[in-house]
Design a protein around this ligand. Structure first.
Ligand code: HEC
Ligand code: HEC
Length: 138
């Protein structure tokens, strides 16, 4: 009888610990981005940062504030805001880039940041925001 009681207590403890562990895991991931319309909503912060830095910042030769507006309190950038038109233009460019890969290069589920994309921002932009290089547009 004694052994049985101990056994039940241990089982209950294990159950409680694993249930609370699954709750903590749910709370910590995925990150809570608020305004993603093209990228997957459950994207990891590592993937999102990679796209913002490698594809967008380096691909266009700009910094974050080219697309992201200054925060209302004047400190840093408001990444959620759509106040700068460059952000919405970028969404159109993202949809176009996905479309080109799907339609002309027959990729199954192309997504910005995938390493197997045939056409990326950099294919056209080559480190410049205005890839056609027409003077006066800069
Ligand atoms: C060429 C434009 C462009 C540049 C440069 C850029 N971003 Fe973005 N960023 C976007 C777009 C567009 C989205 C929204 C994507 C979507 O709707 O799926 C976004 C979304 C984000 C988000 C998610 C915000 C939210 O909660 O919805 C973060 C964070 C972010 N960017 C950080 C950065 C950082 C940090 C940099 C600089 C290293 C940067 N971005 C540079 C265009 C840009
Ligand atoms: C097929 C070629 C091509 C691809 C791929 C492409 N772009 Fe563009 N993009 C252009 C051209 C050309 C322009 C210039 C249009 C103009 O000057 O009117 C441009 C302009 C832009 C501008 C506007 C600059 C401004 O302020 O007028 C942004 C922002 C931009 N692209 C972001 C992106 C992002 C982000 C990606 C990748 C998701 C991307 N583009 C992929 C061809 C491309």
């Amino acid at each position: 009888m004694k052994v049985n009681k101990k056994f039940i207590v241990i089982i209950m403890l294990v159950a409680i610990i694993s249930i609370s562990a699954s709750f903590t895991l749910k709370d910590s991931s995925p990150p809570h981005y608020e305004n993603l319309k093209v990228l997957p909503k459950n994207i990891s912060s590592k993937e999102l940062q990679g796209i913002m830095v490698d594809d967008f910042q380096d691909g266009l030769g700009v910094t974050c504030n080219f697309c992201h507006a200054t925060a209302k309190n004047g400190h840093g950038l408001d990444f959620v805001s759509d106040a700068k038109p460059e952000k919405e233009i970028s969404r159109a460019m993202m949809r176009m880039t996905i479309g080109i890969n799907k339609r002309y290069f027959k990729l199954k589920h192309p997504q910005i940041g995938n390493s197997n994309l045939t056409v990326t921002c950099n294919t056209c932009h080559r480190g410049e925001a205005f890839p056609d290089g027409i003077e006066g547009q800069k």
